[in-house]
Ligand binder design. Structure first.
Ligand code: AMP
Ligand code: FES
Ligand code: ZN
Ligand code: ZN
Length: 315
């Protein structure tokens, strides 16, 4: 396979675009497409400060690098959830991020929030004590990550929070929400989620139109060493099953995932889910942390830690 632009050996063939590219042209393509999506969805400008949430995986590290190369003002945030104990999943993730930074002498700054140090328990412990997570802490984890990301963005004076969600992630979430007709969730799934209340950060997903194999190829070409393993608690998650089904469809018919996602965005833009968005309860600041919440005067995050403290002292 030859590069469509220069005829050298191609490193990737993107069947859905009928486009094969060499190393140099592929890196240029990823950068140009990212820039295009940032403009198209009005994500942020070069005057704004961006906080990119990095997990140690390929997508978020690649995103951080592309945004730095494109001269955006971007710092990183890693939330250490304490999964797997010493030298376990969380420690290895942080190790990959530090390694990434060591090899790239830039002005970028990394914020690290250690859950156990700051709030007194790891995610595993918090889920066990609240029994919210039953066997798996994933729902507690989602709640905690959302809150901490928003808190750091707000306190650090960042205008926008970026995550590394790719097309495979977005198509799988869309598939799940459509299977269950979760209209409220569908109304809020988008490349940009505006700050819906004072004290909430705008959330953006600049990689939402890249396939997972495309971000993996970018990381490989650029020598980004990332953590291959998924979170140990993700095993058996429905999103992984949806990804397998969608990838099977993509194999038979290249372009399926993109068509599914872009068709949804068009329907959303045309107002297909407008009614659902309006039925959200009003946001008010939490009396403990000040972050806007729809859950009355105390947010779900503060309630969670109150329960953790109470259960721990009664044990
Ligand atoms: P996931 O939910 O694991 O697929 O991750 C989706 C995105 O959330 C990643 O691309 C990151 O941008 C962000 N993310 C996930 N885990 C963390 C973490 N522990 N710390 C900071 N950001 C994270
Ligand atoms: Fe949160 Fe796995 S990353 S439970
Ligand atoms: Zn080329
Ligand atoms: Zn709160």
């Amino acid at each position: 396979m030859r590069c469509k632009k220069c005829g050298r050996a191609a490193v990737i063939n993107m069947r859905q675009y009928k486009l094969a590219l060499c190393e140099t042209h592929y890196v240029g393509w990823i950068q140009a497409q990212t820039e295009r999506y940032i403009h198209e969805y009005q994500m942020f400008s070069r005057d704004e400060r961006v906080l990119v949430a990095v997990s140690g995986g390929k997508d978020s590290l690649a995103l951080w690098e592309v945004l730095l190369d494109l001269q955006y003002q971007v710092d990183g945030l890693y939330i250490d959830l304490g999964i797997g104990g010493d030298a376990g999943y969380s420690d290895q993730s942080l190790g990959k991020i530090r390694q990434f930074l060591a090899g790239r002498p830039t002005a970028a700054r990394l914020h690290v929030i250690d859950l156990e140090e700051e709030y007194g328990a790891t995610i595993t412990e918090a889920a066990r004590l609240t029994r919210r997570g039953k066997a798996k802490p994933c729902s507690v984890c989602g709640l905690i990550k959302r809150h901490v990301m928003n808190r750091v963005a707000r306190q650090g004076g960042y205008d926008v929070l970026a995550t590394g969600h790719n097309l495979d992630d977005e198509a799988a979430v869309l598939f799940g929400n459509t299977m269950q007709w979760q209209i409220g969730y569908l109304a809020r799934q988008a490349p940009v989620l505006p700050a819906s209340a004072e004290g909430l950060a705008r959330k953006v997903k600049p990689f939402c139109r890249f396939h997972e194999r495309e971000t993996a190829a970018y990381a490989l070409v650029r020598g980004i060493d990332y953590l291959y393993e998924e979170c140990p608690y993700a095993v058996g998650a429905s999103s992984i099953r949806y990804k397998i089904v969608l990838s099977e469809m993509e194999r038979n018919s290249p372009g399926t995932k993109l068509q599914f996602y872009l068709g949804f965005l068009r329907a959303r833009k045309a107002g297909a889910f407008e009614g659902a968005a309006e039925t959200r309860p009003e946001m008010r600041p939490c009396r403990m942390c000040g972050q806007p919440t729809t859950a009355g005067d105390q947010c779900a995050f503060c309630r969670l830690w109150e329960t953790v403290d109470a259960r721990r002292s009664s044990q």
